[in-house]
Design a binder for this molecule. Structure first.
Ligand code: NAD
Length: 471
């Protein structure tokens, strides 16, 4: 095994390096460094300052990795992280406070409380599409809950990965909070370690690798995954507002590369032409006649994802069904906002998560059929409904199982820190945001306090019939 000095001087992050890292973080945790309110709040304040001091560099990294427009970078990443930090700082004392609870008759006299305690050494593995938000937001929860933490950002957002490695080194306590950069070999070396929690954001295939590695050590996991998030559109709506919200939620939010982005629309056969006209109108209004050159739309994040999306577009099963867009440019990794009408259920675009600027529209005879369509498929991360019908809203909320549901808008639920954000079934397990982030990285310890008074002899053997009658 390599010495700690050798590992520090080596650039390869392998099993030996992971062992050393774990040893150091475990020692910090065991020493109790991260447990105090003072340490947690100091780190959260530094994290906030890190974001505020470096917003320009963050925007540059997001542009380099994703061509993300500056406004989008501020709204969807920088502002969200600042808000998460501020909420945690404001609420931290409350979150850390033990919760007094009632006891039961059989334990009297007694008192009881639930004491949140940090889990230990935790691992956060994040994805490329919101490379700041998805990396730093779980780390905020891990710090708030008093853990030591390793962040492994995505190698597919290399500018943000190296920026975070640099900034964490400058702003945060490096005996407790680390960044490991790298791809599959480095993540695999990390996954061999015994973590106290693994928080993974990404696709379901890798989630299975992460969960299998975690199972070896009985390590709990949070899996933040994706899926095909449907948008059911009724005909009794405010069309202009609905259409604007869908267009901005699909193409103005990382160009469809968002886990909660609308994946496909369902509407009635009769209403589809009206809706499609309005979507087209807003696409031109927002991104111009030549969206391939719009400064207000991100490009596809990576060549692998470009190839995946191109394959969906080239699928024979949707030939003749592209009713808007369809242009692609491999050299700039750009794909125009594209609408596809009535793609068959077994086409690639209707079988896999799209995660890009393609939007299929499925038509049904009556709007209620849309609910059945959604229910017949894997549970999505989000499900959206636009309607003015109270009955349909109630039916949707009670019958559609999804990570989250939004009525008359898309994606906005993730901005509400009092709502848990996470998936169900194929779209993941566990949740975070606000207090749910603190809970995701805490153990709720049950504590019962008894005194030496009030000892009931009936509880002790020998169990005579007289004692039994007392029950
Ligand atoms: P990605 O390629 O960045 O991978 C995610 C992480 O997994 C990276 O850190 C990567 O290094 C690691 N990884 C990749 N292969 C691995 C392997 N074989 N072993 C161990 N680690 C490995 O991201 P992605 O998976 O392309 O992300 C897109 C998916 O993530 C979509 O399905 C999307 O819906 C989902 N997503 C979910 C959320 C959410 O919050 N629920 C957010 C963003 C993205």
């Amino acid at each position: 095994m390599a010495s700690e000095e050798q590992v520090k001087n080596s650039t390869v992050f392998d099993t030996d390096a992971a062992n050393c890292l774990m040893k150091e973080l475990r020692a910090t945790f065991v020493a109790g460094t991260t447990k105090s309110y003072e340490w947690r709040s100091k780190q959260l304040k530094s994290l906030l300052k890190m974001i505020e001091d470096n917003d320009k560099q963050i925007c540059d990294a997001l542009f380099s990795d994703l061509g993300k427009p500056e406004m989008e970078a501020y709204i969807h990443e920088i502002a969200m992280i600042k808000s998460s930090c501020k909420v945690a700082l404001k609420k931290l004392k409350d979150w850390m406070r033990p919760e007094k609870v009632k006891t039961s008759l059989g334990t009297l006299p007694s008192s009881a409380e639930i004491v949140p305690e940090p889990l230990g050494v935790v691992l956060v593995i994040s994805a490329w599409n919101y490379p700041l938000l998805l990396s730093v937001d779980p780390v905020i929860g891990a710090i708030a809950a008093g853990n030591t933490v390793v962040l492994k950002p995505s190698e597919l957002a290399p500018a943000m990965s190296s920026l975070l490695a640099k900034l964490f080194g400058i702003y945060l306590d490096n005996s407790a909070i680390k960044v490991v950069e790298g791809a599959v070999p480095e993540t695999s070396a990390l996954l061999e370690q015994k973590w106290d929690k693994i928080f993974y954001t990404g696709n379901g295939r890798v989630a299975r690798i992460v969960m299998a590695a975690a199972a070896k050590n009985l390590t709990p996991v949070v899996l933040e995954l994706g899926g095909k998030s449907p948008v059911l559109v009724d005909s009794n709506i405010d069309l202009a507002v609905t259409s604007r919200r869908i267009v901005s939620g699909k193409w103005g939010t990382n160009n469809g590369q968002a886990c909660v982005g609308p994946d496909y629309i369902i509407t009635t056969k009769q209403y589809a032409p009206v809706l499609i006209d309005s979507l087209k109108h807003n696409l031109v209004k927002f991104f111009g006649e030549d969206p391939m050159n719009s400064p207000d739309i991100s490009r596809v994040g990576h060549s692998n994802h470009f190839a995946r999306l191109k394959k969906m577009l080239d699928d024979d099963k949707i030939s003749g069904k592209i009713i808007h867009g369809g242009q692609t440019d491999k050299s700039s990794l750009k794909i125009a906002p594209t609408i596809i009408l009535d793609a068959p259920e077994d086409s690639l675009i209707m079988s896999e998560e799209i995660f890009g600027p393609l939007l299929p529209i499925v038509t049904v005879e009556k709007i209620e059929d849309g609910i059945e369509f959604i229910k017949s498929r894997p549970k999505p991360l989000a499900a959206y409904l636009f309607t003015n019908s109270k009955k349909l809203k109630e039916e949707f909320v009670s019958n559609v199982s999804a990570g989250g549901v939004v009525i008359n808008d898309v994606t906005l639920h993730l901005m509400v820190d009092t709502l848990p954000f996470g998936g169900i079934g194929e779209s993941g397990m566990g949740a975070y945001h606000g207090k749910f982030s603190f809970d995701a990285f805490s153990h709720k310890k049950a504590v019962l306090y008894r005194s030496f008074f009030g000892d009931a002899p009936a509880r002790y053997p020998p169990y005579t019939p007289g004692k039994l009658r007392l029950l």
